[in-house]
Design a protein around this ligand. Structure first.
Ligand SMILES: NC(=O)c1ccc[n+]([C@@H]2O[C@H](COP(=O)([O-])OP(=O)(O)OC[C@H]3O[C@@H](n4cnc5c(N)ncnc54)[C@H](O)[C@@H]3O)[C@@H](O)[C@H]2O)c1
Length: 297
């Protein structure tokens, strides 16, 4: 966005983020960081666009950065936080984008997942602080669009990875890379036959930018993700090979409410935004592995 000439104010309470991830932007005259919980009121003027991406996002119960470790904060970031940021957009007459998730589909009974599918979500399960608060955030965004005229749109993001991911937050790509580079066993939950579709981060950012700049997306929801589907075991084997690692692959119990299949139908994004993922899986993984290699141990 800064490259497009925009001035960016980044609000983050650092519950799952790291200042190191924005080190390359600090000091830039068009970038400002404010440590702030989006669930608290915020006063900002001259805002043209609000991108609401603030939420813990890792489902790994062993990680201190996961939404399982911070269920109340997660539920509030996507409910109260969405309310505060919608009010900010309304006061400024700004565009609003809510980063929802493929988890809004739960463990889907339809495959691939289209935006018209309403989902199969456990409302009281261990993941519900995330899944259900994202669903509420979607509903609140639509309420502000319908009754307050806010230019709100919703993106359902499917698994995204890339440099500046966190090897400790337990998501599948950084976890496997961290384990493979450290010579540790790669931990697969269940038998590894559950599927995921991985989108490289620059493709996602391109989609978010197009979404905000396309007026026809107001009051609508669009999937963004890469439809190339693989099993988790295939990802483990590929990452191990690309890392040149001889680590074993070990199998642990399946996590509660872990979706068995996950692949976006992106026909709507293609038609509305002219968007397609462009970074092939191997290229994206190699760039991510290279970045991880360059990090201090
Ligand atoms: N990466 C994915 O695969 C994926 C998939 C679906 C949806 N998403 C959504 O995209 C967004 C970004 O995810 P990410 O993967 O970059 O995760 P991340 O944890 O790296 O980034 C989220 C950021 O939000 C901040 N945050 C959390 N709660 C906050 C609050 N109350 N106030 C201010 N800041 C807060 C965290 O400190 C962190 O820096 C999230 O909303 C997530 O739900 C991501």
């Amino acid at each position: 966005m800064i490259a497009e000439g925009a001035e960016v104010v980044c609000l983050d309470n650092l519950i799952s983020g790291e200042l190191a991830h924005i080190a390359h932007l600090r000091g830039h005259p068009k970038f400002q960081f404010v440590e702030h919980d989006v669930a608290s009121p915020i006063q900002l003027d001259g805002v043209d666009a609000v991108f609401h991406l603030a939420s813990p996002a890792s489902p790994n119960p062993d990680s201190q950065k996961s939404y399982i470790a911070h269920p109340v904060e997660t539920a509030l970031a996507n409910s109260q936080g969405t309310h505060e940021l919608l009010k900010l957009a309304e006061r400024n007459g700004a565009g609003f984008l809510f980063a929802s998730t493929s988890e809004a589909y739960g463990d889907p009974l339809e495959h691939p997942q289209r935006e018209t599918y309403w989902g199969n979500v456990n409302p009281i399960g261990i993941r519900s602080c995330y899944d259900e608060s994202k669903r509420f955030g979607e509903a609140l965004s639509m309420a502000f669009f319908r009754s307050h005229g806010v230019k709100a749109r919703i993106v359902r993001i499917f698994n995204t990875y890339g440099p500046r991911c966190d090897v400790l937050d337990g998501r599948v790509v950084p976890a496997f890379i961290g384990q493979a580079l450290a010579g540790l066993p790669l931990t697969v939950h269940g038998d590894g036959s559950q599927t995921r579709s991985l989108c490289y981060v620059s493709d996602l950012v391109d989609g978010l930018w197009r979404m905000m700049n396309e007026p026809r997306t107001c009051g609508d929801v669009v999937n963004l993700g890469n439809p190339e589907e693989h099993t988790v075991l295939e990802f483990a084997e590929l990452i191990r090979k690309l890392c040149g690692s001889e680590s074993r692959i070990v199998f642990e119990g399946l996590r509660a409410d872990d979706p068995t299949r996950r692949r976006p139908d992106i026909a709507k994004a293609q038609a509305l935004l002219g968007w397609n993922p462009t970074v092939p899986l191997i290229d994206g993984l190699e760039r991510t592995i290279q970045w991880c290699r360059e990090q201090p141990a």
